[in-house]
Design a protein around this ligand. Structure first.
Ligand SMILES: O=P(O)(O)O[C@@H]1C[C@H](O)[C@@H](CO)O1
Ligand SMILES: Nc1nc2[nH]cnc2c(=O)[nH]1
Length: 313
């Protein structure tokens, strides 16, 4: 896809369908798997299906809708926001310009701060299922091995050819996440800080892959987000990422030994087998539903605080 061609048309379509007060959202939100319920706290919502927007693909993953939601969030007049209800993943077969196209649209609408959510597996025994992890850094194997979302000519002459990512995750926005958790009286363990590993998917990790990512310093792993972060940074946005831990990545301390089992069997002995877990997308969506309310409140509170932070304007 030529990423430039439909941008103007997308913007014209949005201007023609949106009331004036929703046309310049200040904050963008990306809803991860099972987290589209975030839109329930918007007021004066206008939904624009992706199929009506030139350049937008359709999400094919359950737990992801296919619409942009515009609305007002927070007390008083409210802050104009736009949310992606459904994102595009590389494993669905979308190319990078398509995956990040909505982020480029948000940037042209005037979004300066973006809150990206996702569902992720925990690699860290001290980060249990249900925790919301405020991401401080990432490990992107695809970026490092030839599948970087910025491959190819820059989309704009104003974009840096070599984008630094050492400052990708805004400390000011991360601060607001923890302040909000305090304001909402969430227990301390509801939130954690950590590093997100991006893998292409759609396969979940083998135990050896999970172990490697853990040893490499990742706390959670998922199949999205990093392309959006990279492009949001290229577009000059401040980025906050919050991962909802929906499962533990299966990393057994030791492998089940088929040889031991056979040898025991031959000696007439019985071996106690450890329970073997496998992760499923249904489990991922179920935890998303359980934690939807907390995530909604947290995002709402952060959105309300952003206009009060001078360095985020
Ligand atoms: O879109 P996100 O990253 O929230 O979705 C995660 C990663 C896969 O798309 C899916 C796997 O269960 O959930
Ligand atoms: N790669 C990956 N993505 C996920 N999304 C939700 N859980 C997981 C997981 O365990 N691994």
């Amino acid at each position: 896809m030529d990423p430039h061609a439909p941008l103007l048309q997308t913007l014209q379509t949005l201007t023609s369908v949106l009331p004036e007060k929703l046309q310049r959202p200040r904050i963008g939100i990306v809803c991860g798997s099972g987290l589209s319920g975030l839109v329930e706290s918007f007021r004066e919502v206008e939904m624009v299906p992706y199929e009506n927007l030139p350049g937008f693909a359709r999400s094919t993953v359950s737990g992801h809708k296919s619409a942009l939601a515009f609305g007002l969030l927070g007390e008083g007049e409210g802050v104009p926001v736009v949310a992606m209800l459904g994102r595009f993943h590389r494993y669905e077969g979308h190319d990078f310009p398509t995956i990040v196209y909505p982020i480029r649209v948000m940037a042209r609408l005037g979004v300066k701060n973006i809150i990206i959510t996702n569902a992720a597996g925990s690699l860290n025994p001290s980060i249990p299922v249900g925790t919301i992890v405020v991401i401080q850094d990432h490990l992107a194997l695809p970026n490092m091995t030839g599948s970087n979302p910025l491959l190819g000519p820059p989309t704009s002459p104003s974009h840096a050819r070599f984008l630094p990512l050492s400052d990708a995750y805004s400390p000011s926005l991360r601060r607001l996440a923890f302040l909000s958790a305090h304001k909402l009286a969430l227990p301390r363990e509801a939130l954690a800080e950590g590093t997100y590993a991006w893998v292409c998917g759609p396969t979940y990790e083998t135990p050896a892959e999970g172990r490697m990512l853990r040893h490499a310093g990742a706390d959670v792993v998922g199949m999205s987000t990093v392309p959006e972060v990279v492009v949001a940074r290229e577009e000059g946005m401040n980025v906050l990422v919050m991962s909802l831990v929906t499962n533990f990545v299966v990393i057994p301390e030791r492998y089940r030994s088929i040889r031991d089992e056979v040898e025991a069997e031959l000696l007439g002995k019985k071996i106690e087998l450890p329970k073997e877990d496998v992760v499923s997308h249904d489990e991922v969506l179920a935890v998303g539903r359980q934690k939807a309310e907390v995530m909604k409140k947290l995002v709402g509170s952060i959105v309300e605080l952003i206009p009060t932070a001078p360095d985020l304007q």
